[in-house]
Design a protein around this ligand. Sequence first.
Ligand SMILES: *Cc1c(COP(=O)(O)O)cnc(C)c1O
Length: 454
Amino acid sequence: MKARKILLSESEIPDKWYNIMADLPNKPLPPLDPGTGEPIGPEALAPLFPMALIEQEVSTERWIDIPDEVRNIYTMWRPTPLYRAYGLEKALDTPAKIYYKYEGVSPSGSHKPNTAVPQAYYNMKEGVKKITTETGAGQWGSALSFACQHFGLECEVYMVRLSYDDKPYRKIMMNTWGADVYPSPSNRTEAGRKILAEHPDSPGSLGIAISEAVEAAVSSETTKYALGSVLNHVKLHQTIIGQEAILQMEKAGDMPDIVIAPFGGGSNFAGLSFPFLRLNLEGKTNIRCIASEPASCPKLTRGVFRYDFGDTIGMTPLFPMYTLGHTFVPAPIHAGGLRYHGAGIIVSQLLRDDLIEAVSHNNPEVFEAGIIFARSEGIIPAPEAAHGIATVIAEAKKCKEEGVSKTILFNLCGHGNFDMKAYQDYFEGKIEDHELTDAEIKASLAELSTPEIP
Ligand SMILES: *Cc1c(COP(=O)(O)O)cnc(C)c1O
């Protein structure tokens, strides 16, 4: 029998996170205070995050210890399995070898608890009582609800309206772990009321929900905010994925030529790829790392590298990143986790330096890829994850055309068991292509008044 699952024991769970900041050839530009245009200091983030996370956010130490309490909770689902995708290889009739790291085995069904748990832990340690957050597809809200409940913290979630209506069971899941969930835009915050006054039927967006959650956090002393993507400390926590994957690829006696992951703000992409990029940066390997994004929200492939806000209203510092403009509201595709206008600072710098690649896929192609995967490998992928699978299929087809065998590793960052509405729409022929015109992108970017980066 050929080995399909490559497993690790609990004692092999890494005890440090990998911080790629230590190894970047070009350090990213600093975030700026929108008022003064000056670089912000760590104290600017203090109303939002506990000090331990702010320190990680600005750290340039290569390795950061994972607290025992966190590692102990990781054992609830980690190490996650690495699979050889024999079924998908056969379905594609490709000479490529395909592997995937499966993060859907976590309690909430995606990679998000890898950072939700340490974030809740550090908040608890510093005496915080409540955490507010936003959620798109509901994956992050679920993960944080689970983590907060574990450490006795309250959790308040602003859920993008579109997903709130489409995914009632995600909301119930959060309620089961004890969280309060509100559809965003809501009338609980000034940011939400402002949007509702202009667009009473707004489907919401991650940018809007972030504005609401940030506003709710800064209005109380014992409340902080948590972000499930984009920021450096979030990417840091996710590197547990790639570190395990390296051990597993070694066990399989193989090494990837190509590493692929879907891209929303960059955390699962960073989580899988940064430990492999470290090998590249040390000159040991030459692995292509590809981020897969939706054609309807193409910040990496069609956005500009520019200082922009992380939220829609403009409450955050200015970040140097690839962006479509903070007022951009993406089409209501089902991959809620990928409907974000910007990208993390580190991944943006890596793309600018040509150390990673990005591709986009249109909506029908993504669902076709998800169905091929579900029928050949069994697991029904989250629509976000299916973006990565579309890239895998494109690369595997190239291998077939060129008659070469490459080894491809991708991140199956979540299952789609709560995304049946998306699959239902696909089967009913309602999945549309939402490719943006250049004029639409130009119009959104025209609203940016932030400094250009030469
Ligand atoms: C949140 C999420 C994403 C997008 O976020 P990243 O930070 O880019 O990883 C992708 N897939 C799933 C399953 C998610 O839950």
